[in-house]
Write a protein that binds this ligand. Sequence first.
Ligand code: SAM
Ligand code: ZN
Length: 361
Amino acid sequence: MQTGDGFFRPVSRPSRDLGVLLARTLAAQGQLRVLDLMAGCGIRCLRYGLEAGAVEVWANDADADRLPLLRANLAALPSTTATQATVRTAQHLLAELALQRHHYELVDLDAFGCPTGLLAPALEAVSLGGVLYVASTDGRSATGHDREAAVRRFGAAARAHPASWELALRLQLGAIAQAAWALGRGVRPLFSFSEGRTFRTAVRLERVLAPGEERQLGLLAHCHGCGDQQVQSLLQLGRWQGCACAGGSPLAVSGPLWIGALQDCSCLASMAAAAQESPATLSLAGARLLARLKADPGLQARCWPTALIGRQLGQGPPPLGRLVEALRAAGYSASPSGVMLAQVRSDAPWAVILEIGRDLA
Ligand SMILES: C[S@@+](CC[C@H](N)C(=O)[O-])C[C@H]1O[C@@H](n2cnc3c(N)ncnc32)[C@H](O)[C@@H]1O
Ligand SMILES: [Zn+2]
């Protein structure tokens, strides 16, 4: 494997590990054909072929300087794997594939910047039941730091929020869902994560929408005064509840965004089982990431850093594990966030979270 002098980043390995494990679960269900739209040096295609058993890999990159490297790296694949290396923009290639009606079980879109404009054509290249694995490096607009760009790219409001990486992932998922729905298809998020720089999400394309799938698009409100958060589905949009500020602080509302589950725990369990069969696939960082995501389906969009809970109470942060236990014992759903460290996800009223947090101090 030659990495060349292009865009290869060793630290992105956990995202490649998860992609390979996902590809293995797809290969276990039938033939696996992979389209890597922004391949860089081609490491993903090589791994999808060697470690996931893809029968076909297509490595594409817009940069013509990548082509010799792509060809050299793909040469390491067995002759039973059909390979192709091309130099096109993803836009150009996807337009050609749409005309030819070619579909792939896995489309990898490891983009620079925000890939919103490519979502619909990329989804059209995914076979039914196949997966689109997207990355975006556009952190500013999706985390509320460039509100104009968020309107342009997501058609959504993005406001400063304590679970900012999760907000970005939910906006991205909302955009993917809307692109799929416009094609008459449904979506199921398989996993979503970030390290603060790149926002990655894998989504399965379904033939039709699941019953009530439209309910998963909604708004997330955060009160900068008392820290309370509220979620509403667009389908049942009504008044926002009063918070402890009694109208003293305006709510910062973000969305439309995806308010449903971020992770599919059964898919992550299959990926973990695949990792046990071939332990070399998963780096230590990848294994930690997989374990974290598996423990938090991300069903509730309300998430708080324990430091914020502590600040609100004028004390130190409550211990996360004990806070989760106490919330569950009180009858609420609670889990450590799989997306951001030291955050709690819960459906408990904010007053209850604060009360339990105070008792734990
Ligand atoms: C983040 S890098 C890919 C890294 C690679 N997936 C890996 O895991 O090492 C993004 C790549 O996209 C290519 N690229 C940028 N814009 C593109 C476009 N519109 N169409 C196709 N490739 C593009 C760049 O040349 C670059 O190699
Ligand atoms: Zn408030």
